[in-house]
Design a binder for this molecule. Structure first.
Ligand SMILES: Nc1ncnc2c1ncn2[C@@H]1O[C@H](COP(=O)(O)OP(=O)(O)OP(=O)(O)O)[C@@H](O)[C@H]1O
Length: 202
């Protein structure tokens, strides 16, 4: 992980949120011993706390992995949240150190300053550029409708469609971070170094 994450105030916030969850769980354990207590409402509150921590962790890691390469991680996060809520399928590559040309079949040049609304507009279903991956470099949307290499790894625990296999395929070959929004479920994830992570943006 990038070293500046150690000083990130988001990390402290995440730590205190996790500590609150632990305290709540310990309290529930004690209450379980008391026959007159019903824990069902506790579980609901716990699950809300865990969701908040998950979302905070997503912002934390996105900032860690991207802040050295783009100032637009908040726009990217905002865009992913909106795409996810609308269930607009998307594939977004953020270049880091490695060159991407050897791995990507180029699509349509855009070369525009990145904003969340412009990025969202690319993935409107049925739009001319919605198929394939958008490429971001620095603070710019470089191009859209790029084709990525697919992973050849067989992922046994879950069935992965081609959008997710394309995200994994590129991140196995270079250090780019590749964000996926599933059209089917609206769930967001990102791929880095050949791993796929759930990316809870709320
Ligand atoms: N090699 C590729 N490079 C870039 N984009 C790709 C590639 N393969 C598939 N896609 C994109 O993924 C879309 C198809 O996604 P598919 O439904 O097969 O995958 P999925 O992982 O199940 O995603 P979803 O959950 O959104 O359905 C294509 O329409 C295209 O936009």
């Amino acid at each position: 992980m990038d070293s500046q994450c150690d000083f990130n105030p988001l990390k402290e916030e995440l730590k205190s949120q996790l500590q609150r969850i632990i305290q709540r769980m310990q309290q529930s354990l004690q209450e379980l011993e008391q026959d007159d207590q019903c824990l069902l409402n506790e579980f609901e509150q716990l699950s809300e706390e865990v969701s908040r921590a998950e979302s905070l962790a997503a912002s934390f890691y996105l900032k860690c992995y991207l802040s050295s390469y783009t100032d637009k991680y908040n726009d990217i996060s905002h865009c992913v949240r909106n795409l996810s809520q609308r269930r607009h399928g998307a594939l977004i590559v953020v270049r880091r150190e490695d060159p991407l040309e050897p791995f990507i079949t180029p699509g349509v040049p855009i070369r525009a300053n990145l904003s969340h609304s412009l990025l969202e507009s690319v993935f409107v279903p049925g739009g001319p550029l919605h198929d394939g991956a958008v490429l971001i470099e620095g603070d710019e949307i470089v191009s859209a409708a790029n084709v990525l290499p697919l992973t050849t790894t067989v992922v046994t625990e879950k069935k992965l469609g081609t959008r997710h296999r394309a995200a994994l395929g590129l991140s196995e070959r270079c250090d780019a971070l590749v964000i996926v929004v599933s059209e089917e479920t609206g769930r967001a994830s990102f791929s880095l170094n050949g791993n796929l992570f759930a990316f809870a943006v709320r």
